[in-house]
Design a protein around this ligand. Sequence first.
Ligand SMILES: Cc1cc2nc3c(=O)[nH]c(=O)nc-3n(C[C@H](O)[C@H](O)[C@H](O)COP(=O)(O)OP(=O)(O)OC[C@H]3O[C@@H](n4cnc5c(N)ncnc54)[C@H](O)[C@@H]3O)c2cc1C
Length: 530
Amino acid sequence: MTTERPAVLQPEMPPTRWGDPAHPVGLPDGVRDLVGLVFDIRDTPARADVVLAAPRLGDAALAALRAAVGEAHVVTDDGLRRHRTRGKSTPDLLRQRAGDLSDAPDVVVRPAGHDEVVAVLAVAQEHRIAVVPFGGGTAVTGGLVADAAGLAGVVSLDLGRMRGLLAVDPVSSTATLEPGLRGPEAEALLAGHGLMLGHFPQSFEYATIGGFAATRSSGQSSAGYGRFDAMVVGLRVATPAGEVRLGSAPANASGPDLRELFLGSEGAFGVITEVTVRVRPLPEVKEYEGWRWASFAEGADAMRVLAQSDLLPTVLRLSDENETAINLADPSGIGGESAAGCLMITGYEGTPEAVAAKRAAVTAVLTGLGGTALGREPGEAWASGRFGAPYLRDNLLDVGVLVETLETATFWSNRQNLYDRVKAALTAELGEGTMVLCHVSHVYATGCSLYFTVATPAGDDPLERWLPAKAAACEAIVASGAAITHHHAVGTDHKPYLTAEIGEVGAAVLRAVKQAVDPAGVLNPGVLIP
Ligand SMILES: Cc1cc2nc3c(=O)[nH]c(=O)nc-3n(C[C@H](O)[C@H](O)[C@H](O)COP(=O)(O)OP(=O)(O)OC[C@H]3O[C@@H](n4cnc5c(N)ncnc54)[C@H](O)[C@@H]3O)c2cc1C
């Protein structure tokens, strides 16, 4: 088949904010009043007087890059370099708002396909330039901040021209996608074939297929459709040492599964140029509903029972008491006295028969465990607002309220311990007036992921407030024996904690792979590898 391209491209995000630039800015009056009851709000606009340092690359390197991808696709102007600076964590946004562009790439290079990526990597090796693959730019753990020490400069390898659906195999239920396709673009192309991927992280609007693979992302429908890495059946990767193609069969016993080396490699082992994914028919029916639990522990136990009974809905999430209360307080949120306690969302997608059967079975289990069915309204409210939180974060930053999230995962037997320790660490570090909210975001038969949201007064130096709190939370996670990240990836922010999780030998294995595929150390240096 010929390559299919999206009919509609997502517009560029503003550098200082999340998402679609057409999205309304500012808190609705009712919400602003509510926020003002809890926090001392004051307008904190971003600085406009931003100047970037001149690009460091010499004429020979720039000429070689132009020869690799064409003159029009080697961009050194301040505007695009600013847009390709860092990701979208709250510290990233705070630095952009403060006019700190010290991590800006020297040049943005936009290859059209695998061969041009290979050509760029050759130039990077020869001229000793760091290459940072840039997909959607939604990274939240410093994965787009290369350490260029000892190198001539930094190329942001913008994969935005590689946005095609390359192949569909309806018999095997697979599709091959280029890495720069953003979530909605990929789903729209697959929908043209009556198919879907089913990967819906909160960053869905902007994150890309390559980014999902490179960070081992997990979406809001992971209970039903699985994590992104579980959807990947094949990869094509350009490395400075040559091409790697993986996934010649649905499964194999051909030694260790090397796909796993490149999934989650965050641009440090190669540039993912094609991803073959498992696809499924578009669901005929989508039903979302709410359940109330007397406590977070009871709700979590019910999730464990469902997971261990192989009875997972497509969507399954549970807010703790604080997060439930905040949803209640939000006039555009879930609302209604009946949702007090802890709110669980269950969602079912598929054929009418499959949805009815799964829903009946789950309902019987949840009712038997003491859950109270709240009907469709809370579920539909969650579904319609599921991508809205990052816009709210910006609007809160605008009025001096710092909001950030972090996540981890552990076994069911350690869930309460992990929850208590992370919450205590954040509260102790940030002090009075801080809200710590949590939900169980992803579940497995053996355990779950906990996702924390923190809201606290930004103060005069929000980074100075947040960074020690984040460090305290990471230390609590390590001390609890949990994963330093379940789906946000390692980047630079979690790198100091990785060896505690994978051990010295594990870290040495990562370094050995890096040496094999990228001996000159030009691929995203400083990210991931301890
Ligand atoms: C508001 C918000 C909500 C989020 N919600 C979720 C969520 O629900 N679930 C979740 O899993 N994550 C979430 N994230 C994190 C982020 O969206 C994911 O990590 C996402 O997978 C990154 O994709 P991207 O295309 O934006 O990658 P980028 O941010 O562009 O890059 C991420 C990393 O991958 C590397 N990379 C990107 N593309 C390639 C490639 N083709 N080849 C090699 N390396 C590459 C980059 O160099 C970088 O190290 C959220 C982030 C934000 C800001």
